[in-house]
Unconditional design. Structure first.
Length: 384
């Protein structure tokens, strides 16, 4: 009787083992796993940017005045030497006339003192005047000569401001001053500003001129100040983007780092750029989180790209960073328990599934970096 019971138990045990083996085989067949192995990963940081010219030439007013004429439309392509603005400067006109009078007076005074000096020098050589009187006259002559030099320099500075060249200032005398005034009057009341190079002419804005106050579009009658940006000529053979990177990501950005630019404004185009400059000073008034200016350029556009991409369009700038080889696993394979992250790993010694605690690192949209807890070759359970 006892032997019969033992045989029955042995049969049941054998059947149970077979069933368990069949269940495990089916379970193992349906289970999804991956083999952990180090691989390179690309981390991406996304920013919004505005299309800007790759280089700009800021056209600066040299005088105070107002716009008489604007000879272009903003966004138009201009060539070097094209007339851009005619500016009237009443203050410069008055200052120039005063400088002319001061120069003529200084020159007349020098002429008189030089004549006197020749006489005193002869009298001194004859012993008829004292050495003190002679040296005093020499000093007067030197000072009058310096006055001529300074007033002539001032006139030349005025002429440089209005782009006037080829005038012989040294031949100017009291007798010729009225004639010279008539010649210069038109030039002073209408100062021409010409394009310094080829490119698209754009209105001055804080975005394009590096944080300075932009003055926008200028029209006839607009007042201008000396040192003010009148307009910008942009080089659109390539484009640039200026973005603000927060302090948490600052050390992830490197010079030469690759960037991918896309936009709903120029659909179907994917541009490849690179980081060319990183500011090491935080932007003023950045708020609680400090930000740093980073510039990305696309060095050269094709004709098709230049046709489709316009200055001022918005775009998404993705900064790409290739990480050193590391183990990455799918996000869904990870679970959290007891304040730690775990993975299920198949133990090759007995072909069982065991939970393993792991230390995680950076994440992508579908994967997570494993810093410790896994070794290359481990079989990780994704789902079952």
């Amino acid at each position: 009787m006892m032997n019969r019971n033992i045989n029955k138990l042995a049969s049941y045990a054998l059947m149970l083992l077979v069933l368990l083996s069949l269940c495990y085989a089916k379970f193992h067949k349906e289970m999804k796993t991956i083999i952990a192995e180090p691989r390179k990963s690309i981390s991406t940081l996304y920013y919004n940017g505005i299309v800007s010219p790759i280089a700009i030439h800021n056209i600066i007013s040299s005088v105070d005045g107002y716009v008489l004429k604007r000879s272009f439309e903003y966004g138009q392509y201009v060539k070097k030497g094209d007339l851009l603005f005619e500016i009237n400067s009443p203050d410069l006109d008055r200052q120039f006339h005063t400088a002319i009078i001061e120069y003529l007076r200084a020159k007349s005074n020098y002429k008189n003192i030089a004549f006197q000096s020749r006489g005193i020098t002869k009298l001194y050589d004859m012993g008829l005047v004292s050495r003190v009187a002679y040296l005093d006259q020499v000093s007067r002559l030197q000072h009058s000569e310096l006055d001529v030099f300074q007033t002539e320099k001032k006139i030349n500075e005025f002429l440089s401001q209005i782009g006037q060249t080829g005038l012989d200032i040294e031949s100017l005398t009291m007798e010729k001053s009225e004639k010279v005034y008539d010649v210069l009057k038109t030039s002073l009341s209408k100062i021409n500003i010409n394009a310094p190079e080829d490119g698209f002419i754009l209105f001055s804005s804080s975005t394009l001129i590096g944080g300075e106050t932009g003055h926008g579009k200028l029209n006839p009658g607009s007042a201008v100040k000396a040192g003010q940006s009148l307009a910008i000529i942009g080089d659109t053979s390539g484009i640039a983007f200026d973005i603000d990177v927060n302090e948490a990501n600052f050390n992830d950005i490197k010079i030469g780092q690759a960037a991918r630019i896309t936009s709903s404004s120029f659909k179907g185009l994917v541009l490849n750029g690179k980081v060319i400059s990183i500011s090491h000073q935080a932007n003023p008034e950045a708020g609680a989180m400090q930000t740093y200016a980073v510039r990305i350029v696309v060095p050269l556009l094709t004709k098709t790209e230049r046709k489709d991409i316009q200055i001022g369009m918005s775009a998404e700038v993705a900064l790409l960073s290739e990480e050193p080889p590391t183990i990455m696993v799918p996000v869904e394979s990870l679970y959290k328990y007891g304040g730690r992250y775990w993975l299920y790993v198949i133990d090759k010694r007995d072909n069982t599934i065991k939970p393993v605690p792991v230390l995680t690192g950076k994440t992508t949209y579908d994967s997570i970096q494993i810093l410790s807890g896994l070794t290359a070759g481990d079989e990780v359970v994704i789902s079952y």
